[in-house]
Design a protein around this ligand. Structure first.
Ligand code: GLN
Ligand code: ZN
Length: 755
């Protein structure tokens, strides 16, 4: 039996938007000038209080603070240290408005400030703001949010553990202006973090949590040295306050042993995603440190398997353990309690609130108390949770290599498709959706509420398709789309039409700032019940002699934007989805659709954090799963795919191996950076780099588009180029979308005459 520690449970962080997304609605009201800053701050304060008390009530003994944020924690950290652009710092905006100016940009009397860019937070769907550090910046600590929130909790009688993103992660995730590097900030950060620790300590903090998720990446020896030197110097200044170094999203194999020699009081490790964490701890963990064991999954919504967890804890040669989550609970919804699932389904889920209970129960079990809890939990895992689709399992078992290879090969198909499709040079198309007007969204709601019959709704959608086709013909697009008016979301739409999926009513997870998503849950074996998109695509094709592109979401994206199963592998789940989408592809083909786009918007997203894992852990099954979807089509059927973010230079070969005939990708915001890679790596797939940014209401001029096309022509052979905008047309207003697309087609016609 382990020596017991009086403080035994904690979490890395808690969601902050509020169970009813109160923070989102209040913040958006503030943005629209409907409430005052004071009102907004009050909502923030209430939410913090509610969450601290909830944690306390659930028996969590170390409660974090400063995990709250009005927008993003990395922005909070940079803002706390006042490392922000001088123009904003010197403006007479209020503090809160300076903060929001960095998050969303500001245009007004005080000036014209651009927002900091946004990027995906590690391998999650949360986005952080990328600090832009220049010569003018320095980091200084003069109090602020972190201490205020600590004192706020203290007033409620709760001594929290303030959390802050650490210097290594902060610098790793920042971008630097000309003439500055991360190194330039080292001294500065040492002082700033030192002052911060001193202040929290003077005010009674017993523990401080420093988050360094960047330590789970592959680290270079100079990075390891930097971390070691920095913390060695920082920790010499520490007094009675204990410091927890918290890591998550993987294991820290590159720096584990060095970290243990530093004077941290606690080390937080992820036992869920950290494949080697157990092995590392078994190789040694100092007696004088506390292990914050991340054993409850902060990223997925399934119940913890208590026996497995207890076995793990038992096997660790550790004296002092605090049970924790693998990462912040920011990445799961609040509570399953109000979800309308049947009890025998519901009992399998643990959202944020339920995970608090799990920690408490594991703690009791660890002390050999309330053993009945273990039995109840074991029952959840003893029997098969879902009825298995044996036919599907056999189908997957029978798959052989040839099922993943499309025949004939790319070059031969290309000639056949040219003959069949007769497309001009630089064919023009769009990525799929057309503007979703309020009218379209209302019709969907009306259908759901039975205010509109299915027949009326179908008629309404058909009318939109008809107008959309007519408009594209008039403007002169070569490959048309039906416009996706029937879809709310590219994953939910498919999930709702596949068996094996569950949907929450209120399972919101913060995506960025005030935005949240509601990922569906893969509950069981996934299969297609009936054709999903055929009716709409075939109708669109019946209206025109030009080819209409069928529009599907690919298996990897469907998986990546859902909560995945834990009882079968991601690979197996993806193959199931791939077979469902394959059936849809073949039905589209049978119904006269000769061009089919299979979107893999999120393929890059779940690339493992360690490069050495990219192939074995992900690409080796994700790319074949995509190929499985289209391997059975005729040579003359042209397969397109689409990816968001052009940041895939490093996996460009894997993308070529998807063996699509054409790929379009979001490119204009990254200045077509991808072009060089395409050239260097002799990319074979035909490409449509987005020629203008769809995220802005600005209408690009013909000249701008011509310039973009010239840049593309300079790097990619002209027979390989497609012309399209970036993705996301559905979010634009009709007027600007159409004006921009007119310019796109005209610019293309001008260029064609030059060639
Ligand atoms: N076909 C989808 C659309 O045009 C693709 C969305 C995306 O790229 N995320 O909306
Ligand atoms: Zn996209």
């Amino acid at each position: 039996m382990k020596e017991l520690f009086n403080m035994t449970t904690t979490i890395v962080g808690f969601p902050r938007i509020g169970a009813q997304r109160e923070l989102k609605f209040a913040t958006e009201k503030y943005f629209r000038n409907q409430i005052t800053a004071k009102d907004l701050r009050k909502v923030g304060k209430e939410l913090r209080k509610r969450h601290w008390l909830e944690l306390q009530h659930a028996g969590i003994e170390q409660i974090p603070s400063n995990d709250f944020s009005f927008y993003d924690n990395l922005l909070d950290t940079t803002f706390l240290f006042n490392a922000i652009p001088v123009e904003i710092k010197n403006s007479s905006l209020s503090n809160l408005d300076k903060y929001f100016a960095l998050a969303r940009g500001y245009q007004g009397e005080e000036g014209d400030f651009k927002a900091w860019p946004m990027k995906k937070w590690f391998n999650t769907n949360y986005h952080y703001l990328v600090p832009q550090l220049t010569n003018d910046n320095s980091f200084q600590y003069h109090g602020g949010k972190i201490i205020n929130e600590f004192l706020e909790a203290k007033e409620l009688g709760i001594i929290t553990r303030p959390t802050i993103i650490g210097p290594f992660t902060l610098l790793k995730l920042s971008e630097f202006g000309i003439g500055v590097t991360a190194e330039d900030f080292t001294q500065n950060l040492l002082t700033a973090y030192g002052d911060l620790i001193a202040d929290l300590s003077a005010n009674g903090a017993k523990w401080i949590q420093i988050d360094e998720p960047s330590l789970v990446y592959d680290l270079t020896s100079s990075e390891i040295q930097w971390v070691y030197d920095f913390y060695q110097r920082l920790l010499t200044k520490k007094d009675k306050t204990k410091i927890l170094l918290q890591t998550y999203f993987g294991d820290i194999r590159d720096i584990y042993h060095q970290l243990l020699t530093l004077d941290f009081d606690g080390i937080g490790l992820d036992f869920i995603e950290g494949k080697e964490t157990k092995k590392l701890v078994e190789s040694g963990f100092p007696e004088d440190k506390v292990l914050f064991a991340g054993i409850v999954n902060g990223k997925n919504i399934w119940r913890n398997n208590y026996q497995t967890t207890l076995n793990l804890l038992d096997s660790l040669p550790i004296k002092k353990v605090i049970l924790s989550t693998s990462c912040s609970l920011l990445h799961v919804p609040y509570t399953v309690s109000a979800e309308p699932f049947a009890p025998n389904i519901k009992k399998h889920f643990a959202f944020a609130s339920e995970k608090l209970t799990e920690l408490k129960e594991l703690d009791l079990l660890q002390q050999n108390q309330q053993l009945g809890l273990l039995q109840t939990n074991q029952k959840l895992f003893a029997a098969s949770r879902v009825e298995e689709n044996l036919e599907l399992h056999q189908q997957i078992e029978k798959l052989t290599e040839t099922d993943f290879i499309r025949k004939p090969d790319f070059e031969e198909r290309r000639l056949k498709q040219e003959d069949a499709l007769h497309l001009p040079l630089l064919p023009t198309t769009t990525i799929g959706s057309f503007p979703q007007t309020r009218e379209v969204k209302h019709a969907r709601v009306a259908l759901r509420k039975d205010e509109l019959s299915q027949a009326e709704y179908d008629k309404f959608i058909k009318q939109h398709i008809q107008e959309c086709i007519k408009w594209q013909e008039d403007v002169g697009f070569d490959v048309l789309v039906h416009g996706e008016f029937e879809r709310n979301d590219m994953v939910e739409y498919f999930g709702q039409r596949l068996s094996g999926y569950l949907f929450t009513k209120n399972g919101w997870v913060q995506s960025y700032g005030t935005r949240a998503v509601k990922p569906p849950i893969i509950w069981g074996d996934v299969s297609r019940k009936e054709p999903i998109t055929v009716k709409w695509s075939a109708y669109a094709q019946s209206l025109t002699n030009k080819p209409v592109k069928g529009m599907l979401t690919g298996p990897v994206t469907i998986l990546n934007w859902s909560f995945p199963r834990e009882d079968i592998s991601l690979e197996e789940s993806t193959l199931q989805i791939a077979l469902a989408i394959q059936a849809e592809v073949l039905d589209l083909e049978k119904n006269g659709i000769n061009i089919i786009q299979i979107d893999e918007a999120a393929l890059r997203e779940k690339l493992p954090l360690r490069k050495s894992d990219w192939n074995s852990e992900y690409l080796d099954w994700a790319i074949p799963a995509f190929r499985l979807v289209h391997s059975k089509v005729k040579a003359t059927t042209q397969i397109h795919t689409h990816m968001c973010y052009s940041e895939f230079g490093d996996i460009i070969q894997a993308i070529d191996q998807m063996d699509a005939d054409v790929i379009s990708f979001e490119a204009s915001r990254s200045n077509l950076e991808i072009l060089q890679q395409l050239q260097d790596k002799h990319f074979k797939t035909l490409v449509g780099p987005g020629v203008y940014d769809i995220h802005s209401p600005r209408i690009p001029t013909k000249t701008e588009i011509i310039n973009e096309l010239h840049q593309i022509l300079a790097k990619v052979p002209q027979q390989n180029i497609w012309v399209n905008p970036d993705c996301g047309l559905k979010t634009r207003g009709e007027r600007e979308a159409k004006a921009s697309l007119v310019n796109l087609t005209e610019a293309t016609r001008i260029i064609r005459r030059e060639l």
